[in-house]
Write a protein that binds this ligand. Structure first.
Ligand code: NAD
Ligand code: UFG
Length: 350
């Protein structure tokens, strides 16, 4: 069993991944400043896993070296060891709103790039050289071909994507330095859904930017209707197509990736994590309606700036290289997402 530092572990993907890692028997330190999450998520994760003694929470900022240092030393103190005992870092912490990154690029470069740099610096000082990094399909910009393979051009079209590309480059430089780094750059497609218990899920601050939480909040009565961004895309029903992936499949992808990194020689893995299945906005709406048993009112509005018509992963490399593939379909994504939203209409603030 490994000792793991999880940055951003209280967030949407981080909380589900913490649960999966606890269920697999690992010991965790979570560092989070709760800028987009709640400590309640962590409470529920340890309750679900019945693992109160295997998760330590450090409230701190990854941009502040002393806070990251504190996470490393908390672990050491807790375990009465005299050397760094964190085996690996799973790095989720960061800012992720595409539109906000355009209006506030300094924050995105600051948190996503400088925060990652600070984390890596502290890791190196402690001799911890294994990291799984949350990258994104946003790197591919407007893809030239779909499904998108990992060797497609990196062409981000917003500061958020630029910040992910910069961290990917820093990680590639570390891997090339031949100092024993074990690195995974995981490019997520569209993570959605929730744990089927309805106890943890996605709880965005303010008006959701993303399709799934928006639909869920309409179903829960928090929003009047969904705005569908364009029905004039070159797709079968005119609405844009994405590759949605259940957050628990994504969490499982992190576990398998970590096991691969720890069991093989130092290397860098770069993998798309998606289902390979493309679904239109209206297909998602129809399935959500079927699952929640009520109509989701929507209106068609103009296209959103920066959207692509279709992004779908070529996820064959993850399957052949680490033996991972998605196991949950759209119905399960909607069912589990609705279980969370209907039990917690106002998220963790309930
Ligand atoms: P999230 O906002 O729910 O989680 C991020 C967590 O990081 C939050 O708990 C937040 O409080 C924390 N955090 C932010 N800045 C921090 C800082 N300076 N110090 C410490 N903690 C900080 O987002 P998520 O959806 O769980 O995404 C996790 C990661 O995956 C992010 O890096 C994101 O860019 C990436 N990603 C997400 C998606 C998506 O659609 N959700 C897609 C691709 C990649
Ligand atoms: N959409 C709507 N109405 C909404 C929200 C979204 O019609 O209110 C549409 C979008 O136009 C798009 C689709 O639903 O066609 C999915 O949009 P999301 O915002 O949910 O997801 P994106 O594919 O735009 O982007 C998300 C994250 C990015 C990440 C990318 C790939 O926001 O950060 O997935 O992982 F990079």
């Amino acid at each position: 069993m490994a000792n793991l530092l999880i940055t951003g572990g209280a967030g949407f993907i981080g909380s589900h991944t913490c649960l999966v890692f606890l269920e697999a028997g690992h010991e965790l330190i979570v560092i989070d400043n709760f800028i987009n999450s709640s400590p309640e998520a962590i409470k529920r994760v340890v309750q679900l896993a019945d693992a109160h003694h295997r998760l330590t929470l450090v409230e701190g900022d990854i941009c502040v070296e002393a806070d990251v240092e504190k996470a490393f030393t908390s672990f050491r103190r807790k375990n009465f060891l005299f050397h760094s005992s964190i085996d690996a870092v799973i790095h989720f912490a960061g800012l992720k709103a595409v539109g906000e990154s355009r209006t506030n690029p300094l924050d995105y470069w600051g948190v996503n790039v400088n925060g990652s740099y600070t984390l890596l610096k502290v890791m190196a000082a402690h001799g911890c050289r294994t990291i799984v990094f949350s990258s994104s399909a946003t790197l591919y910009g407007y893809p030239q071909r779909v499904p998108i393979p990992e060797d497609a051009p990196i062409a981000p079209i917003n500061p958020y994507g630029q910040s992910k590309a910069a961290v990917e480059q820093l990680l590639a430089d570390l891997a090339a330095s031949e100092t024993g780094w074990r690195i995974a750059r995981l490019r997520y497609f569209n993570p959605v859904g929730a744990h089927p218990s309805g106890m943890i899920g996605e709880d965005p601050c303010g008006i959701p930017n993303n399709l799934f939480p928006f639909i869920s909040q309409v179903a829960a009565g928090r929003r009047i209707n969904l705005k569908v961004f364009g029905n004039d895309w070159p797709t079968f029903d005119g609405t844009a197509i994405r590759d949605y992936i259940h957050v628990l499949d994504l969490a499982a992808g992190h576990l398998i990736t970590l096991e691969t990194l720890l069991s093989e020689k130092p290397q860098m893995l770069t993998l798309n994590l998606g289902s390979g299945v493309g679904l239109s906005v209206l297909e998602v709406v129809a399935e959500f309606e079927a699952v929640c048993g009520q109509p989701i009112p929507y209106e068609i509005v103009t296209r959103r700036f920066g959207d692509a018509a279709k992004t779908v992963a070529d996820s064959s490399l993850a399957e052949t290289r680490i033996g991972w593939r998605t196991t949950r379909n759209l119905t399960e994504m909607c069912r589990d997402g609705w279980a969370w939203q209907s039990a917690n209409p106002y998220g963790y603030a309930n």
